[in-house]
Design a protein around this ligand. Structure first.
Ligand SMILES: Cc1cc2nc3c(=O)[nH]c(=O)nc-3n(C[C@H](O)[C@H](O)[C@H](O)COP(=O)(O)OP(=O)(O)OC[C@H]3O[C@@H](n4cnc5c(N)ncnc54)[C@H](O)[C@@H]3O)c2cc1C
Length: 370
């Protein structure tokens, strides 16, 4: 008996939204290929590994899980050993006053780095990295998306459906000619940038830990909104080996500061943020137990995230867009991503899952997941 040809879907973007959508479509008998312009899958869930042997999470530092479906998924990652709760001492620094403990929410991290999660998700999927998709042209014909229609020709291959999961500004460019309606909707979704700094700091002369906190949320701070000792996360290399210990810190500049310095050179940004961090350590130093002068910055690398987070992140658990995705069944094209799903890793997961569900329902390709 001849095999039924599966619907062929192209997913643009191998971040959490794209990987989730592709996994669900594959589980329901569709064929999904992912193209991503990055060097490795993961998008904004990212771990920088250096030739000097260190690695740090310079994108999303952790994620929370509130929705039951996402919680089930996170528990499966934990059971597989690629995610674990981060039980660091996490504080909250108000504009005026002292550090206080942050909320008790469970904060999950990938193990041994955040990237472990998308790498595992990508493993059993057809993911091609280093491929930047040009603005879409098409669809080549009208009618319902049907298997073998090959209505979308992208990077030399024909697909029945296209799912776009790039951040809104990039997705809007991809869709400008192919779906002006979606392009216009996405053009109106603002994203804010974030300069991230990866720091390696040596503690000399028996100086105690740099701060008595593993991470701080900073409220209304002119420079930072988050600083974290990356090496305090589970499964990371310990700071201290032989000799003076070295701590790994990742700092996120506040959105306003990042916007103001957006086009500055990374070396200049690295120097400024490192100096600002040392000033912060000095300010909190009286309580931290050691002078900043005993600290030696060995490495400072800055990374610019032009589209770090949606401007108006929805309240945790709330979708930013009704249905968490955009889907045009007649054209066989859809959009997912954190900006539609409510921000954050969880929002990206829920958005990718919502779009896959729309595809399954409208094409009758399988029963949608709950
Ligand atoms: C500094 C920072 C801090 C964060 N902090 C947190 C946090 O504490 N908690 C939390 O839950 N979340 C956090 N986030 C947000 C979280 O990382 C995102 O919400 C989530 O990873 C978004 O996933 P996504 O799939 O929607 O998009 P992305 O991860 O951005 O994936 C989109 C992909 O599309 C690809 N792409 C774009 N254009 C093209 C093209 N033309 N051709 C091919 N590929 C293309 C990109 O390369 C990218 O890989 C943070 C993000 C950053 C940057």
């Amino acid at each position: 008996m001849p095999m039924k040809t599966p619907l062929r879907a192209l997913v643009i973007g191998a971040g959490m939204a794209g990987l989730t959508a592709a996994r669900i479509l594959e589980d329901h008998g569709l064929s999904a290929r992912i193209l991503d312009k990055g060097r490795v899958p993961g998008g904004r869930i990212s771990t920088r590994t250096s030739s000097e042997g260190w690695s740090m999470d310079h994108g999303a530092p952790f994620f929370t899980a509130r929705d039951p479906a996402f919680r089930r998924q996170v528990e499966a990652w934990a059971a597989a050993g690629i995610a674990a709760p981060w039980t660091g001492r996490i504080g909250y620094l108000p504009r005026h006053g002292d550090v206080e403990p942050a909320s008790e929410a469970t904060r999950w991290v990938g193990v041994p780095g955040m990237r472990a999660v998308p790498l595992r998700m990508a493993r059993a999927l057809d993911v091609r990295t280093g491929v930047e998709v040009a603005p879409l042209v098409g669809p080549a014909a009208g009618g319902e998306a049907s298997a073998g229609s090959g209505r979308w020709v992208v990077a030399g291959d024909a697909y029945d459906l296209v799912l776009v999961t790039a951040p809104p500004a990039q997705a809007s460019v991809l869709l400008g000619a192919a779906h002006p309606g979606f392009a216009a909707t996405l053009a109106g979704v603002g994203m804010r940038p974030c300069w991230a700094l990866m720091l390696r700091i040596r503690r000399r002369g028996g100086r105690p830990g740099i701060l008595p906190w593993d991470a701080l949320f900073l409220k209304d701070h002119p420079v930072f909104r988050w600083v974290a000792r990356d090496s305090s996360k589970p499964g990371r290399d310990e700071d201290g080996r032989a000799g003076d210990p070295v701590e790994s810190w990742v700092l996120h500049a506040a959105p306003g500061w990042s916007e103001h310095h957006l086009e500055h050179e990374d070396i200049r940004v690295a120097g400024t943020l490192a100096a600002e961090f040392m000033a912060l350590v000095g300010r909190l130093g009286g309580k931290a137990g050691g002078p900043a002068v005993d600290l030696l910055v060995e490495t400072a690398r800055a990374h610019r995230w032009r589209y770090a987070a949606p401007e108006d992140a929805a309240a945790p658990g709330e979708p930013a867009h009704p249905g968490r995705c955009l889907w045009d069944a007649a054209a066989g094209i859809g959009v997912a991503g954190d900006a539609l799903g409510g921000g954050r890793v969880e929002g990206a997961f829920l958005s990718g899952a919502a779009l896959a569900r729309e595809v399954l329902v409208s094409t009758g390709a399988g029963s949608p997941p709950r």
